[in-house]
Design a protein around this ligand. Sequence first.
Ligand code: OGA
Ligand code: MN
Length: 220
Amino acid sequence: MGPARAVRRFLRVAAVRALRRGSSWLAAAGPLVLQRLAGDVQVRPDFLSRREEAALCRELEPDLRRQRYQREHWDGAIHGFRETEKLRWTEESSEILQRVRDAAFPPGVPQLSLVHVLDLEKSGYIKAHIDSVKFCGSTIAGLCLLSSSVMRLVSQENQDDWADLLLERRCLYILRGRARYEFTHELLRDEESFFNGQKVARDRRISVICRNLPDSPHPA
Ligand code: OGA
Ligand code: MN
């Protein structure tokens, strides 16, 4: 084994160990799924302070309140939601978003300047899907406001290979690489919202999502 390969292998093994150790937010069908996802999923509980959460909500509420919750998304993936895309933010929020971008994207990676804001009502949920590769690159980074929830990843290859992420209120989650391309992601509705057998009660939830641009332009 060459040195580069050995280093990669070491990093991969370390990442699997870290995932197992830090499994307070990760539950999976088995060790092979953990291994596949190692390094490609990350949850950072308490990424936001209560104050920062409140500041973001205060800023978003007027925009969101102008709309009614929709019961069907155009592609049927999201239920009970309203959303907006936001370019300009207060200084305080911009600093928070910069922290998200620094945590999720290596320097110089071209990112979408519009931030996606998704407001799910208490009964709202997101069905299994993969974000369009036309509009979104390898990485999805989301802040979770107002309610904890469970995100389920399911391998496209084999439905039995799943992993659940506990997304606690005020966390940041990051999906990249395999977690983004080889697994669908969904956000469980209240009735199904359990993590490791424990109920994770859903309430209204707002996510603030940063994405990068696709590597190369795809033909329309
Ligand atoms: C999406 C999505 C997850 C979230 O909008 O494509 O998967 O955390 N959102 O809101
Ligand atoms: Mn998505």
